[in-house]
Design a protein. Sequence first.
Length: 255
Amino acid sequence: MKMTRLFVDVGASGIHIDDLYSGVKKFGTAGNDHVVVPISEHIRRLLSAKLQMDVMGCALPMYTVTLDSPTTPHRSEALLVHRTDVEMSDHITSTIDPRDRPFILGSTNPDLPSLAVAVASGTTEADWKESARLLSVDEAVAAVVTASEYDSLVKATAGLTSSDALRFATRQGHRVFWDADAGRTPEGWYLFRGGIEAAVTRAVAASPYADIVWTCTPEYIEEVAQRFATGVHAAYPGKLLAFNWTGPFMSKSKT
């Protein structure tokens, strides 16, 4: 909140809040440099910034320090921007938010040791992931039940975390092996399936709390940008959007 106040005080036109885990940010790369926090934690960040901006009356005439005069009144119209780097992320700090459930990955191979044990014995992370047959919990359930059973389970477990959904399925007598802990890193992070669908999910969740929703992607693909726009606008028509990429300019654009 203090940082938000400092930005508003000097007349910043906008403040963006990202969903990355602090301390491991290295922009322009993927993997362990882009570890996201749960949606709920990101929204708490947005709410803290929004509270500070509302208290300061960001749409009202107010006095702030400027280079010309320390007492010149001006109209501060700072915008709060949600930014997600989830398209380039493959780890998340926690599985606590049900909205992240479709993207949290677990091993479906009961004969495979954990990633930490495998790497310690000389297996590469890439080889372990291939052997683990990584799936979301819903995909793991879908692989062992009928279509009608799956539809019923999805409805019954709506709003549950990955672990609670798994627990419910096993209590119904379905033999499902799915282990998110198996792929945890030494830091405790979980494996995560980043991508445009995850970005849309986060932008929709953040839309009530941010003036603009913004996704960062490793390269420009027109269809991906369009998917982000249509996904957000299906839930929030007319929502202001932002999009950027960190790779080669227009690398795969059809235009």
